[in-house]
Ligand binder design. Structure first.
Ligand code: PLP
Length: 389
């Protein structure tokens, strides 16, 4: 074995029973299309654990966001307020319906949509707000829900990264009208590709099932509520097959353990890098900024990021770490300045924080099986970089 093995950015964690459950789906249940026993188990787990009225597994968080746009009846010209510092699916889901993403800036502390800018961004055409819980850190949901209720807007939480984080005792994704989770390989709890739509608005629950099943009332037929099933609404194929659901169930059973381990690793990073964080003083160098989780919630340890002082410094640090076998990566290129964002979106106010952060943010390796030794190597390499200048 080489003395300094490479430290990847991410390494998907296999909980242990995935293949056993897949084998059960294939050999015992003989049900591998969607909406079978493992899908039911996963959905029940999500409903009970997260406290939502209804959960539907989807093939991705992207799919869950697209279902949300359909459920909210987004039509051409309708405006949807969202951060620009997010993944393309947050915007694409609404653009597919002819909606116009209205980008607002993010807060400097949590890097989440700045709720103080929301009221000013609302127009007669606004239909919905999409808060994105960046890195699994909660948005200020109380303020967002309050503005939405007053203005008659729907709230769709993009909780892709936020599975099992909470805000004031409630799970992220369970607070808005709709919530979207991702089980993509890069997230905390995974099924390769995968996601879930969480439906908290009871009035949307039945229509969600119809949209999920290609616009048919097939679910009602299987429950014996109608004597034949037929085409009743628009819809598409949003459900994953049972093989994916079986894999996911093995992960959900271990979810609390996975989150606890990641949280421990995250806390260890925070302690190890505290000396480099601002403000500068006798024990602190003040050269970089660390995540701020806020006191109103619990955190799922999804991303360990640092914010450097400049784009040039970040580029040098990535190179410095790469030379030591450590893979660190930046994150979003803001949507508002992307070719598609410029074409179909609108910017509200200025994007000062979004632009500054996207140039300077760097994500460090963090995965379930990361050893303390490897983390110490990363911390030492970051400290070494700043010690040298
Ligand atoms: C990962 C991610 C998505 C997309 O998730 P998929 O399951 O890959 O479709 C959407 N939004 C955010 C904020 C994400 O991090």
């Amino acid at each position: 074995m080489p003395k300094d093995p490479k430290i990847p950015f991410n390494r998907p964690y296999i909980a242990g029973r995935e293949l056993e459950y897949i084998s059960r789906a294939v050999n015992e249940n003989r049900k591998i299309s969607g909406d079978g026993p493992f899908t039911a188990k996963c959905q029940a787990w999500l409903e009970q654990t997260l406290g939502v009225k209804k959960a539907l597994l989807t093939h991705s968080c992207t799919g869950a966001l697209e279902m949300s746009a359909l459920l909210c009846d987004i039509r051409p010209g309708d405006e949807v307020i969202m951060p620009s510092f997010t993944f393309v699916s947050t915007a694409n889901a609404f653009v597919l319906r002819g909606g116009v993403p209205v980008f607002v800036d993010i807060r400097e502390d949590t890097l989440n949509l700045d709720e103080r800018l929301l009221s000013g961004a609302v127009t007669a055409k606004t239909r919905a707000i999409v808060p994105v819980h960046y890195a699994g850190t909660p948005c200020d949901m109380d303020v967002i829900m309050d503005i939405a209720r007053k203005k008659g807007l729907k709230v769709i939480e993009d909780a892709a990264q936020a599975h099992l984080s909470t805000h004031r005792g409630r799970h992220l994704g369970s607070i808005g009208d709709l919530g979207c989770l991702s089980f993509h390989e890069t997230k905390n709890v995974i099924s390769g590709e995968g996601g879930a739509l969480l439906i908290n608005d009871a009035e949307m629950a039945e229509r969600a099932e119809i949209i999920w099943e290609k616009g048919t009332n097939r679910k009602r037929f299987f429950r014996g509520e109608v004597d034949k099933y037929t085409w009743v609404d628009i819809g598409s194929s949003f459900l994953p097959g049972e093989i994916v659901a079986a894999f996911l169930y093995a992960q959900l059973e271990m979810a609390e353990t996975i989150i606890a381990a990641r949280r421990r690793l995250f806390d260890r990073y925070m302690a190890g890098l505290a000396g480099l964080a601002g403000p500068a003083g006798p024990t602190q160098k003040g050269v970089l900024r660390l995540p701020e989780i806020g006191k109103d919630g619990t955190y799922n340890g999804h991303i360990m990021y640092i914010v450097t002082r400049s784009l040039a410094e970040r580029t040098q640090l990535i190179e410095h770490l790469a030379q030591r076998g450590i893979k660190a990566v930046f994150h979003y290129v803001p949507l508002h300045s992307s070719p598609m964002g410029e074409k179909c979106g609108r910017v509200h106010g200025n994007m000062a924080v979004t632009d500054a952060v996207s140039d300077r943010l760097l994500r460090l390796p963090l995965y379930y099986e990361m050893s303390d030794d490897d983390m110490d190597r990363v911390i030492a390499a970051v400290a070494g970089f700043y010690g040298q200048r």
